[in-house]
Design a protein around this ligand. Structure first.
Ligand SMILES: NC(=O)c1ccc[n+]([C@@H]2O[C@H](COP(=O)([O-])OP(=O)(O)OC[C@H]3O[C@@H](n4cnc5c(N)ncnc54)[C@H](OP(=O)(O)O)[C@@H]3O)[C@@H](O)[C@H]2O)c1
Length: 285
């Protein structure tokens, strides 16, 4: 079986590529700017907004790992067209915690329904917030953390079951390669519920830097995200995500990851100790 992976250079997709190839599964790694090929990875150019790239990119893959478009009102219609044009038999969609409890017309739920109604064997993974946002996503958190020691998040005191994208990837391998996951959804979280204030304290402790949480108001947050130069739809999407954080939508922790993989999920502390240790200074000559 060959698996086609969308968003293959992103925080999640990159780990899915690594985990599948480690499991011996050949992959086609799709993005607008594909990377270098290797023995079991075929990078392919794919753009949701250029339909001529769709069929050649998927090629002979039998299964797909999809994340879809999340700040586009037409995301569900685009997903429906994409799946109708492809001959894959198995679809794994990465959605997000709580999307299954939103109305059918909500954009992310509409994408889930496009997959569920595609006539293919489907499974949906619904991860919580990624720990990798803290060091890899420039405009979500990484830039302000690096430059100002600010964990800039209008979250209030709500808790989040932060998850490591390596665990999401291991869950993807399980549902793509094992039987029994057809027509099912799994909520993938870490084991701990932390506030953003507690996460800032953890990063400060491990890094030795004066990292602190900035509990931005929605208008401050809008101004912060607007500086990214990204489209307004993305800014609105981010503000909506923080509304959901404040409403506690991302606070659950589940045992779905352990049931799927037989392993304990990584903790925020494990992530911090692997990624936020102060760099050793070179010895003075
Ligand atoms: N971040 C979180 O905390 C979190 C939590 C739960 C769920 N999710 C879900 O995860 C998804 C985001 O995944 P991620 O954080 O791994 O993404 P990411 O790090 O932002 O990476 C985006 C990926 O998509 C590709 N891409 C961007 N625009 C594209 C286009 N027009 N056509 C084709 N490919 C395109 C990028 O590569 P190129 O630029 O080379 O095309 C890259 O590989 C979202 O759908 C979100 O709902 C995220």
């Amino acid at each position: 079986m060959t698996v086609w992976i969308e968003g293959a250079t992103g925080k999640a997709g990159r780990r899915v590529v690594e985990a599948l190839t480690a499991a011996g599964v050949p992959v086609r790694a799709a993005s607008r700017h594909p990377g270098e090929p290797s023995a079991s990875v075929t990078p392919v150019r794919f753009d949701w907004y250029d339909e001529s790239t769709w069929t050649p990119a998927v090629g002979d893959a039998e299964a797909v790992f999809l994340k879809g478009l999340d700040s586009d009102d037409d995301a569900a219609a685009i997903m429906t067209r994409f799946l109708a044009a492809s001959s894959v038999s198995q679809v794994v969609l990465m959605s997000a915690v709580g999307v299954d409890r939103t109305p059918e017309v909500a954009p992310r739920r509409a994408v889930e329904l496009a997959v569920e109604r595609s006539g293919r064997s489907w499974t949906i993974l619904r991860p919580s917030w990624f720990l990798q946002n803290f060091d890899e996503d420039e405009w979500v958190f990484a830039g302000a953390l690096r430059e100002k020691n600010e964990l800039y998040a209008g979250s209030g005191k709500s808790r989040v079951g932060f998850t490591d994208t390596r665990d999401l990837a291991d869950a993807a391998v399980a549902v793509l390669t094992e039987e029994g996951h057809e027509g099912r959804g799994y909520t993938i979280t870490g084991p701990d519920q932390l506030t953003f204030g507690e996460m800032a304290e953890l990063l400060a402790e491990v890094s030795g830097r004066p990292i602190h949480h900035v509990d931005a108001t929605p208008s401050e947050h809008r101004a912060h995200f607007a500086k990214s130069g990204r489209p307004e739809a993305w800014v609105n999407h981010m503000l909506h995500l923080f509304e959901l954080v404040r409403a506690g939508v991302f606070s659950p922790v589940t045992e779905d990851f352990e049931h799927l993989t037989g392993k304990k999920p990584r903790t925020p502390r494990q992530y911090a100790e692997e990624n936020w240790q102060p760099r050793a200074l070179p010895a003075k000559g």
